[in-house]
Design a protein around this ligand. Structure first.
Ligand SMILES: Cc1ncc(COP(=O)(O)O)c(C=O)c1O
Length: 469
């Protein structure tokens, strides 16, 4: 206890040391290797100390033992997965969320719930979703949001069968098909976690040369299903080819077949922020439920996702909980009944901070810049004989392959070797990817920090890595 009290007495000093360490980490980002070699720093035999040395000593150990093993994933040339950076305001908001440590489980004793609702409204404004039509919550990410989508959809399906899935579980329900053309891997996981089962997935044909759903194939597939409730999972931005299902057509078809429409818009929702891209995600507002992320293109630190549904009552039926000690006289909603976690951090605060600090324009600038960077990289790849583009760069992702002498895409092994050479080079991080039968390399621009000045560094890294093969 004494060490904690001493630390609390010198809180300013502890915070200043942590803040200086964080600032140094950010200032050094451009030089930091994108991927760390940390194997020598793992200490599996270290045992729990009996007595600690206090926060300042722990911070010194953090600097010496942990910082050298961290990746540069928050930096401008980490183009793997869909990795957002962290805007200064979002980062400050995240620290403050930890500092004020509000528990969003219950309303009534803090403004935190009201700010959460207001921030969700800001997000609806950003994406052009009618405020009054959607209710929602913050989540740990799009996987959590997809899970909320399917548990809410499951209640809707159960209601059609005259029961509540929250009460009777899956065994009380008819088999429910889940139709999708290109579900994200997290949605497949969600099928497992929610009890639908991965086998519930009914694959729908895609448009030629695209990951987008063939709407007429969806119409036919829904027509072939047995009578009873059905769920359609559509994509607003597939993770590799960034394709968008025609959401208006899909919504029309769902209405005709009385199917629930869930849209995974993890990063594609941001297309709605730019007039030149908005058409891609037209119809998103017609979804029954929407999964999205702020830790991707809104550059809020992990973990930060959001979920919206037109059926707030069903969301609460699926997620609600009660106990004598959880009773509240507040008229505000209890966020514990709108998401998976009961106790939960003030996840809205970093989102509120970044939206207030930079506004709609701040979002638009990042989306526009990242898409332009992807286009420029794609143009460079097309002009380079050692590489071939595997699909057009339609949004913020570039998928390419090493090219053989005759220009055809090289094997997965050759692309893997290039990825390894890139990681060794330390300036650019990319992910593996595949388009159709061709394995390749996938690079996603989603960091506010990435600058046009990073492009020549990326080109050089690719040239060197290609020459090393
Ligand atoms: C389309 C899509 N959906 C869902 C996810 C899962 O997101 P998260 O890792 O934030 O849970 C991703 C991640 O890249 C994604 O691109």
């Amino acid at each position: 206890m004494n060490a904690m009290r001493e630390d609390y007495d010198r809180l300013e000093e502890v915070f200043a040391a942590a803040s200086a360490g964080a600032a140094t980490f950010h200032r050094d980002l451009a030089e930091r290797p994108v991927a760390a070699d940390y194997t020598d720093q793992i200490r599996p035999t270290e045992t729990l100390p009996e007595k600690g040395d206090g926060a300042l000593a722990a911070l010194r150990r953090f600097e010496a033992e942990i910082v050298p093993g961290l990746s540069g994933s928050v930096g401008p040339r980490y183009l793997g997965l869909v990795t957002g950076g962290a805007t200064p305001a979002a980062l400050a908001g995240d620290w403050l969320a930890a500092s004020v440590d509000q528990n969003l489980a219950l309303p009534g004793d803090s403004i935190a719930t009201a700010i959460t609702l207001r921030t969700l409204d800001f997000l609806k404004d950003l994406f052009g979703l009618p405020r009054e039509a959607f209710e929602g919550s913050f989540t740990t990410g799009a996987t959590g949001s997809n899970l909320l989508g399917l548990t809410t959809a499951r209640e809707w399906c159960a209601e059609k069968a005259g029961v509540s899935a929250a009460e009777v579980g899956m065994q009380g329900l008819p088999a429910i098909p889940v139709l999708s053309a290109c579900p994200h891997a997290s949605m497949i996981k969600v099928l497992s976690v929610t009890g639908f089962g991965r086998n519930a997935l009914v694959p729908v044909a895609r448009l030629p040369g695209s990951e987008a759903m063939d709407a007429s194939a969806l119409d036919a597939a829904l027509g072939e299903q047995a009578d009873g409730p059905k769920i359609v999972v559509a994509s607003a931005g597939t993770v590799t080819m960034t394709d968008f299902d025609d959401l208006n057509a899909v919504a029309d078809i769902c209405a005709r077949h009385d199917a629930w429409l869930h849209v995974d818009a993890a990063f594609g929702a941001f297309a709605r922020c730019l007039p030149e891209l908005a058409e891609l995600a037209a119809g998103l507002e017609r979804a029954d439920s929407i999964a999205g992320d702020c830790h991707k293109w809104r550059n809020v630190p992990y973990d930060s996702g959001f979920f919206f549904t037109r059926h707030g009552d069903l969301l609460e039926r699926a997620q609600g909980l009660s106990a004598a000690y959880l009773a509240t006289g507040s008229a505000e909603p209890a966020m514990m009944s709108r998401t998976i976690e009961s106790s939960q951090r003030f996840r809205a605060l970093p989102v509120w901070m970044t939206l207030v600090a930079y506004g709609r324009e701040g979002v638009e600038d990042v989306v526009r810049a990242n898409c332009a960077q992807a286009s420029k990289l794609a143009a460079w790849i097309e002009a380079e004989p050692g590489f071939t583009l595997l699909c057009p760069a339609r949004l913020n992702v570039v998928v390419l392959s090493v090219a053989e002498e005759d220009g055809t895409p090289a094997s997965a092994e050759r692309n893997g070797a290039l990825l390894a050479a890139l990681a060794r080079g330390g300036t650019v991080f990319a992910s593996p990817g595949a388009v159709g039968e061709h394995a390749g390399i996938r690079m996603c621009f989603s960091n506010w920090m990435t600058d046009d000045a990073d492009l020549p560094i990326i080109f050089e890294a690719f040239t060197l890595a290609r020459a090393s093969l």
